[in-house]
Write a protein that binds this ligand. Structure first.
Ligand code: ZN
Length: 298
């Protein structure tokens, strides 16, 4: 039974009408998995990450202002959500979720968080719906475990993992790979260890070839002890915020390729669902479910 991490709070956030963030998708993925017969016992409920522990890794003033609602309005606009206590509780629980997922992955080989992938969050500011970088914090958490010395963050969300790249810049034990749309948010990119910018309209074959060579390259050169995988589905042809042209089958093939290669190499993998922005939640959930299918969850 592959451990899954979920908390109902993932989908609890009051947003303005027509806000483009599909907050309902997390609960909808959980519901769909239960309908497919995934037992409730597969789901692990995370706790919110401790605020003091964040201050030791991120900019303490940013953490303080973010969690108390005292960030300036411009900084909140860059994040893209109106501030509320609910938002902070949800954020801290989601980050706790990816950390729990990484711990479960080390114990069992593979685990998935039903949210996560806040890769536009930096040490001192948030951006693009991301406030606290769960990927980098989970990498640090994994590094505290015995015999875990090198973590690869493999980011296939259509947007560049700019916050993760910057946070990991000076950490020799964390390597970052980002495969993303070249002409897409963030317009000012950071430098990951390996970046693979793809042109608009990239379709399944070219995309999958890139993922295959990128992952093989990073694993062979860096020899990680574990992988954190951002399986963002905003690469899909129907996505509102991506400009690539992946089919649903292509997304399945990508997730299977990544998970199978990690398994072959004996690498524990902690996966997060990442971005995905379609207004039709059922259609969006169908694409996110490919990760769970590829992992053998159902
Ligand atoms: Zn994205």
């Amino acid at each position: 039974m592959i451990p899954l991490v979920f908390h109902p709070i993932y989908s609890i956030l009051d947003l303005p009408v027509r806000h483009r963030f599909p907050i309902q998708k997390y609960q909808a993925i959980h519901t769909a998995l239960r309908q497919f017969g995934v037992p409730e016992a597969s789901f692990h409920q995370p706790q919110a990450v401790n605020i003091e522990s964040l201050k030791s890794v991120l900019n303490p003033l940013y953490v303080q202002q973010l969690t108390t609602g005292t960030l300036d309005p411009k900084a909140m606009r860059r994040i893209g959500f109106p501030w509320s206590e609910q938002l902070i509780e949800r954020t801290l629980t989601a980050v706790g979720g990816t950390i729990l997922t990484s711990q479960l992955a080390l114990q069992t080989g593979k685990a998935i968080n039903l949210t996560g992938g806040y890769h536009h969050a930096f040490a001192n500011f948030g951006s693009g719906f991301c406030m606290v970088n769960d990927l980098y914090l989970s990498a640090l958490n994994m590094l505290q475990q015995p015999n875990i010395d090198r973590i690869l963050i493999f980011d296939c969300d259509v947007h560049q993992g700019d916050g993760t790249a910057k946070l990991a810049e000076r950490n020799a034990n964390v390597k970052t790979v980002s495969i993303h749309g070249e002409k897409n948010f963030p317009h000012r990119k950071q430098i990951s260890d390996y970046d693979f910018p793809l042109p608009k309209g990239t379709t399944d074959d070219a995309y999958l070839e890139t993922v295959d060579s990128a992952l093989n390259l990073a694993v062979n050169i860096f020899q990680p002890d574990a992988v954190i995988y951002d399986a963002g589905v905003d690469v899909h042809e129907d996505d509102d915020l991506g400009h690539l042209c992946m089919s649903t089958e292509g997304v399945y093939a990508r997730d299977k390729l990544v998970l199978d290669l990690c398994e072959q190499k004996g690498l524990p993998v902690a996966a997060v669902i990442g971005g995905g922005y379609q207004r039709d939640i059922d259609a969006l959930v169908k694409v996110h479910l490919q990760l769970f299918k590829a992992a053998g969850v159902y």
